[in-house]
Design a protein around this ligand. Structure first.
Ligand code: NAP
Length: 295
């Protein structure tokens, strides 16, 4: 996917978590990596350059691109990794919070893509890798606006891939399940709480926290990204993590009522055992499928 002999990579959010693991792996594999942070700290042990960047700001994005081009003269790979979560029921979040989330998770990626495309089109080549989530395929309750921001990123990336193919620019989506990182600490809670959502919200959050703690190794996800960059013809979507693969498969194969019931059980929304939840879904399904009698 990457074209020049020492491909130049711009990776947003390289101070922690998946971004840091990916920056380290790519630097160790012959890529010239420029990572970013809103507050880059000097660290001589890092095998890559850190640039200041806040993806919410047009000025910050332009300054970052200018600094990178002044040092490297080209951009072969953009990895849009910067992002954070917002928990709580959809009704509990303020519109300002939602706009703030989209400003980073969605518009931040759009800003970065718009900033690198002129260079990539001039080079007649490049790769854009957007870090989505399993929540971009199947929405997680009590992570609803986060899921919506990743659904937006998925639709955007699919259309972008078609539009820039003629310029030899490849677009790929990485869709990880939950994995341990600073994500939980960086995740925002809602601006207000509504008592009626407290119990299911607590149960869903416990499921998500457990999934994050026991999820895939960020280094495995970094290895997948390296594989995508080395591939001559990468696919659009790349699932990673057992939970992501299972959930995506269920979404594709199961009839909607069964998948919906499975999701409700997974996130403990109804606080009922699996067998009871699945039999309820099956009964609903039988109702859905019962052939209508001719009158
Ligand atoms: N952890 C999971 O379970 C999980 C699952 C699926 C997908 N993902 C996605 O994976 C990506 C990385 O998440 P992570 O788990 O590695 O989280 P993390 O450890 O919290 O890292 C997030 C990174 O994003 C950067 N960032 C946040 N806001 C920014 C902004 N406005 N401008 C520039 N950089 C910003 C942070 O850098 P500074 O704070 O230094 O600026 C940090 O380096 C995210 O897109 C996330 O949605 C995570």
């Amino acid at each position: 996917m990457a074209t020049s002999p020492t491909p130049v990579v711009l990776l947003t959010g390289a101070s922690a978590g998946l971004g840091r693991a990916t920056a380290e792996l790519l630097a160790a594999n012959g890529f010239r990596v420029f990572g970013t942070s809103r507050t880059p700290q000097p660290d001589p042990s890092r095998p890559y350059v850190m640039l200041p960047l806040d993806v919410r700001s047009d000025e910050s994005v332009q300054a970052c691109i200018q600094r990178l081009l002044a040092q490297a003269g080209r951009i072969d790979v953009l990895i849009n990794n910067a992002g954070f979560g917002l928990t709580g029921a959809l009704e509990e979040a303020s519109l300002d919070q939602v706009k703030g989330l989209f400003e980073t998770n969605f518009f931040g990626a759009v800003r970065m893509v718009n900033a690198v495309l002129p260079t990539m089109r001039r080079q007649h080549g490049g790769s854009i890798v957007n870090i989505s989530s399993i929540a971009g395929i199947a929405a997680s309750p009590f992570l609803g606006f986060y899921s919506a921001s990743k659904h937006a990123l998925e639709g955007y990336s699919e259309a972008l891939r078609h539009e820039v193919k003629a310029f030899n620019i490849r677009v790929a989506l990485i869709e990880p399940g939950f994995f341990p990182s600073d994500f939980v600490q960086a995740t925002q809670g809602p601006d207000r709480t509504i008592a009626e959502y407290a119990a299911p919200g607590r149960r869903a959050s416990a499921v998500i926290d457990h999934a994050v703690a026991t999820g895939a190794d960020p280094h495995d996800i970094a290895r997948l990204i390296l594989g995508v960059l080395r591939s001559r013809a990468p696919r659009l979507r790349h699932l990673v993590g057992a939970d992501a693969r299972l959930f995506a498969l269920a979404r594709r194969l199961e009839p909607e009522p069964l998948f919906e019931q499975q999701a409700r059980w997974t996130f403990r929304l109804d606080d009922r055992p699996l067998v009871e939840a699945l039999s309820a879904a099956l009964l609903r399904l039988l109702g859905v499928w019962r052939p209508r009698r001719a009158r």
